[in-house]
Write a protein that binds this ligand. Structure first.
Ligand SMILES: [Zn+2]
Ligand SMILES: [Zn+2]
Length: 227
């Protein structure tokens, strides 16, 4: 029996004594089945081909939000719907900084990244956030994932956190990144996967994709934990 990382109840993660002492990476669940069921997986569900959101009968594909992006071939895939359970999780992991919670989605996200077989770039966090939180919430989910730090946040004075802004303010966000000088040899003519935590308006990940395309990537797609 192990303790669920989210509700602290004891549960069986199905691991045998042999599994624990084997050299294979452990992919056993770190949360109980009750907590797991509060998340809505989007895998094999109808989703928007451009942003990855769950489509119901009313939503066209690409969804209305995505039709507003002009001349844009960017596509994003998300693993989970950004429902209240996932919002609670992000609040505890990212905003309260509980780094143990990276294990909740680490093996699943890492698997999804490996399946893509692309050059991996994580959306960076700025230095102030890194100092207060102590970690990048995206790379916290990486288990044996080789990734490249080619994007760096442009330092501006007194920026308001993305999460504090409304939709219109987020869409107006100016390019928040620049490419590091040695980025081009890494991404030129390669298929690049940008990984982020939550696709909200898409502004941030699309800004990152624009820079990577300009640097000569053959293709750029996105993968986010949630949409
Ligand atoms: Zn639980
Ligand atoms: Zn969409």
């Amino acid at each position: 029996m192990v303790e669920c990382l989210l509700c602290t109840k004891q549960f069986s993660n199905g691991l045998s004594f042999q599994d624990i002492f084997s050299f294979r990476p452990l992919t056993a669940p770190s949360i109980c089945s009750h907590c797991q069921q509060t998340f809505n997986s989007l895998v094999e569900k109808p989703t928007c081909s451009s942003c990855g959101r769950l489509l119901n009968e009313q939503l066209v594909n690409p969804c209305n939000d995505c039709q507003k992006w002009e001349n844009d071939s960017f596509t994003n895939r998300a693993l989970y719907e950004y429902n209240s359970a996932l919002k609670d999780y992000m609040a505890r992991y990212k905003f309260m900084g509980d780094y143990r919670l990276r294990f909740v989605f680490q093996s699943e996200l890492s698997q999804a990244i490996k399946q893509e077989g692309k050059i991996v770039i994580a959306i960076p966090v700025n230095q102030t956030t890194l100092r207060t939180r102590g970690f990048n919430q995206v790379t916290g989910w990486f288990a044996n994932i080789k990734y490249y730090d080619v994007l760096t946040p442009i330092t501006t004075t007194k920026t308001v956190a993305q999460s504090q802004k409304n939709r219109r303010e987020r869409l107006e966000l100016k390019q928040p990144f620049e490419l590091i000088a040695r980025a081009v040899p890494v991404i030129k003519d390669r298929d690049v996967l940008i990984v982020d935590d939550v696709y909200t308006t898409g502004r941030t990940i699309r800004h990152a994709a624009d820079l990577i395309k300009v640097a000569g990537a053959r293709s750029v797609t996105g993968l986010t934990l949630a949409r």
